[in-house]
Design a protein around this ligand. Structure first.
Ligand SMILES: [Zn+2]
Length: 426
């Protein structure tokens, strides 16, 4: 065998480019082979014009041996060629008719914003795909709000599991990828998607706003976002600093006692001198956060800081543009239109701007989450112990920038409030 040519998932009919088919034709012209086998003639070509080109090429190089697994087509005599032509015409007609029928029906539905009408019932909607199912819609709204407030998808999956919420089939529990797809789907924002692109408003009502949808997509597709695969155990992780060396204090359990520590050694690089017991520090900071949420100073500081929807729109559009430009640059380098040096320089400029924009979006989202929480300290205090660590952590992070811990006076890492200094974001 000389070679094998595979164009996966590319219908011979659709007219989309088939690179391997083109390679096969080129090899045929170069006389690299003298026989061709395909599964069925309609896998080779379902378009009579294309098939005529193939026949002409066979004639030019004198290739007569064309065989299919489903039946032999002998190009060695005129009867064989005629049979092949008839096959080709029948195949073309059949696929033309089906694809036109299917495509027209599906295009019409899309243009009207109607649902596909196939597949499983979409979560949040009734079987008709048009009526909101209130209990599920409430779950979607809560999940989106919590995600935008900083909770992880993993943690949301845990929450749905605890509440006993299943997917629309009623049989399956939620998993991170399925929940991620649901939260990112344009459908829940009342947008109709067709052939992978949003084509306009849908005929069904939205469960979340288009702005929320854009923010969820920006958040979940941000490559810089670190996904927490395991649920958090330390609500202050990443927020605690050592007063002596400024290093980040990390989880440093001592037998079964949870602690934050400024750990030394190559992996950590801290001074190794400051430790603090985790549960009491977390309770202390939580209390301080809840008090601060109810303070008049905070309400005042936040007045007028609500991010307008137009700001989000502008920033997410900027992210999209920059991402596309990065791809365009990479293509320009691949096509040798620019040099490696030019590519790297240009890439740096765009990547820096992209990072700034993403930071601005994160800032806006954090402020918005905070605005939603201001004045709720008292209520949150009553629920605090029922929240999971990821939820507690998300709330703490909206208020606290970081916490500095002094060295303990004695040998015990016991918490003395005098050792703690909270640096507030607001
Ligand atoms: Zn230290």
């Amino acid at each position: 065998m000389v070679d094998e040519y595979v164009d996966n998932d590319r219908s011979a009919w659709s007219g989309r480019e088939r690179p391997q088919y083109a390679a096969m034709l080129a090899d045929l012209e170069d006389r690299r082979f003298d026989a061709l086998v395909t599964y069925h003639q309609d896998r080779l070509s379902r378009n009579p014009r294309e098939f005529e080109e193939f026949l002409a090429a066979c004639e030019r190089v004198g290739m007569r041996r064309f065989t299919t697994v489903c039946g032999v087509t002998d190009l060695g005599n005129s009867d064989g060629i005629m049979v092949a032509r008839v096959f080709s015409a029948i195949a073309a007609n059949a696929s033309d008719a089906t694809s036109r029928r299917v495509r027209r029906a599906s295009d019409e539905r899309a243009a009207k914003g109607l649902p596909h009408g196939q597949g499983e019932r979409p979560f949040g909607y009734e079987r008709d795909g048009l009526t909101i199912r209130e209990d599920e819609a409430a779950v979607i709204r809560a999940a989106v709000a919590r995600l935008l407030a900083g909770e992880s998808v993993t943690s949301l999956v845990g929450w749905l599991g605890e509440k006993g919420v299943t997917t629309s089939t009623g049989k399956n529990v939620w998993r991170s990828p399925t929940l991620r797809n649901l939260l990112m789907s344009p459908r829940i924002a009342g947008l109709r998607q067709h052939r992978g692109e949003v084509v306009g408003p849908a005929a069904w009502p939205a469960i979340i706003t288009v702005e929320q949808h854009e923010r969820v997509v920006a958040l979940l597709t941000n490559p810089a976002r670190r996904t927490l695969r395991t649920a958090r155990r330390y609500s202050l992780s990443g927020l605690v600093r050592c007063a002596l060396c400024g290093g980040k204090m990390v989880s440093a359990p001592n037998r079964d006692r949870r602690r934050y520590g400024c750990r030394s050694g190559p992996d950590f690089g801290g001074c190794g001198k400051v430790y603090v017991t985790a549960p009491s520090l977390e309770a202390f900071i939580a209390e301080a956060v809840l008090m601060r949420l109810d303070s008049p100073a905070m309400a005042e500081a936040l007045a007028g800081r609500h991010g307008a929807d137009s700001d989000y729109q502008r920033l997410t559009a900027q992210v999209r543009e920059d991402t596309e430009q990065l791809e365009e640059l990479a293509r320009a380098w691949a096509d040798k239109r620019i040099s490696m040096g030019e590519w790297l320089t240009a890439k740096q400029v765009v990547a820096d701007r992209l990072k700034d924009t993403e930071r601005a979006i994160a800032r806006l989202s954090r402020d918005d989450a905070l605005i939603g929480l201001v004045g709720t300290g008292e209520r949150l205090r009553a629920e605090w112990d029922d929240l999971n660590v990821s939820q507690q952590s998300a709330i703490i992070r909206t208020v606290v920038d970081h916490v500095v811990i002094d060295k303990a006076k004695g040998p015990s890492p016991r918490l003395d409030p005098g050792r703690v200094r909270a640096i507030w974001r607001v």
